[in-house]
Design a protein. Structure first.
Length: 450
């Protein structure tokens, strides 16, 4: 099947599409979301249905290539030489049971469509901060969201999945019938099969309230301390993110923000105003701008600053056990050093709440982890990559002393494996599950170390 002739024969049999190197649309189809990663697959297939997927498994079995399922291209971590990329856009089922608070969704659906479908229902999805990320990729990798202190990781809300096994069987998998596969599906992606649909719990949101507070960098250390102290008694209904932004000194930006640094504190409460709690943060510095009041999941999506088109980028994520005064001071000082200007943003997320008591067990976990940080160093055309790489390395080194023993898989960077998200025993368990479900290795191992 490695020959063009063999792939052409498969293309004639598929109801969906198959693109090969040299086809006009191939280069666009093979790209991951992060354009800094170069993927060189043998082909890109968009199957129309389960029958197409079975044909792909049969072809992989007889021809020796592997299938790498990438619903939307997010989370790509390797070049995929010798693999066939599978895009799941045709699996677009979306059904909401408003009475039960349950979502059934195909593995090609993106979060934006789910948010739109839930508007006005009193329910929210345990979705990430970007509307263009696929529900399946996010959930099967763990997934941290605006609602994670309230409802846990995205994977904690996975009730069931419809899985096509490498042997061709297709059916519903849940904790009652196959708890081992469900444990793997909650964080390790589709190593036991190709997920075609998912069933998820929704989050009840009787009265969503949000606030955004902007402070000057001079107040950053005091404000971060105030949020750190708030974490000790914040209810699980309150979710808090901080974002340290350093604006470049370029003429394209308004003079008021050009070359300046700010700290934004954003909070979301699922059951009404938390203004009394947020006031403890508000008093820690001078608020330059505030927006507070009732909100909705759609408004959160509209306010997202994440790109909606594929872009090149670099970042580094660190999960911290604690956030003490010395670490806060060192982070703020590091942030403002001239040589760290490549880092445009540092996101700091408060954990705890429901994350400390997962309802359903899976590989992905942030149990007993205090904070989740992500530094972003954008890639600009023509700019050297070395300064950004050095800054991200410095960011990781600065926080290494307080790093937790695991991070959620959706925050792993290119080339990083599940060694950062599980124990050696967890990895052995995953390898055993993969060997039993896919003894011929038809599915790409993704982030599971070889």
């Amino acid at each position: 099947m490695s020959s063009i002739t063999s792939f052409d024969a498969l293309r004639d049999r598929l109801s969906g599409s198959l693109l090969l190197p040299g086809d006009a649309e191939f280069d666009a189809a093979r790209q991951p979301w992060n354009l800094a990663i170069e993927q060189r697959p043998l082909a890109v297939v968009a199957p129309a249905d389960v029958a197409d997927l079975r044909m792909l498994l049969d072809a992989a079995r007889t021809s020796g290539f592997r299938l790498a399922v990438q619903p939307s291209g997010h989370g790509a971590s390797s070049d995929l030489d010798g693999a066939v990329i599978v895009r799941m856009s045709a699996f677009d089922e979306l059904d909401v049971d408003v009475d039960a608070g349950i979502l059934r969704v195909g593995s090609g659906v993106r979060w934006g469509a789910v948010v739109d479908a839930l508007e006005g229902t009193g329910w929210a999805a345990p979705a990430g901060t970007s509307p263009v990320v696929s529900v399946a990729g996010y959930t099967l990798g763990g997934g941290h969201s605006w609602f994670s202190r309230t409802a846990g990781l995205g994977s904690d809300n996975l009730r069931a999945a419809w899985v096509l096994r490498p042997d061709g069987t297709h059916g519903r998998v849940d904790d009652a019938g196959d708890p081992e596969s469900m444990w793997a599906l909650r964080g390790a992606g589709g190593i036991v099969g190709i997920v075609t649909a998912l069933e998820l719990d929704l989050v009840r949101t009787p009265a969503l309230w949000g606030t955004s507070l902007t402070f000057d960098v001079a107040d950053a250390a005091a404000v971060i301390r105030a949020v750190r102290d708030l974490a000790a008694d914040a209810p699980a209904s309150l979710n808090v993110f901080m974002n340290s932004m350093r604006m470049p000194d370029v003429p394209q930006l308004p003079e008021a923000i050009r070359g300046r640094s700010f700290l934004d504190v954003q909070a979301l409460s699922v059951d009404g105003s938390a203004d009394d709690l947020i006031d403890r943060v508000r008093r820690a510095g001078t608020v330059l701008r505030e927006v507070s009041g009732p909100t909705s999941p759609a408004a959160l999506v509209a306010a997202s600053t994440e790109p909606t088109d594929p872009t090149p980028g670099r970042g580094a994520s660190v999960a911290l056990s604690t956030l003490d005064d010395a670490t806060i001071d060192a982070l703020v000082a590091f942030r403002e050093l001239p040589e760290q200007a490549s880092i445009m943003g540092i996101d700091i997320r408060m954990l705890g709440g429901a994350l400390d008591a997962p309802r359903r067990r899976g590989l992905a976990s942030l149990e007993s982890v205090g904070w989740l940080l992500h530094a972003l160093a954008p890639l600009f055309p023509g700019a050297p990559v070395e300064p950004g790489d050095a800054s991200l390395a410095g960011f990781r080194e600065l926080l290494a002393h307080a790093e937790a023993d695991r991070i959620v898989p959706t925050f792993l960077g290119p080339g990083q494996t599940l060694e950062r998200s599980g124990t050696p025993a967890d990895l052995d368990r995953l390898r055993a599950l993969r060997a039993a479900a896919d003894p011929q290795g038809l599915l790409h191992e993704a982030r599971l170390p070889r």
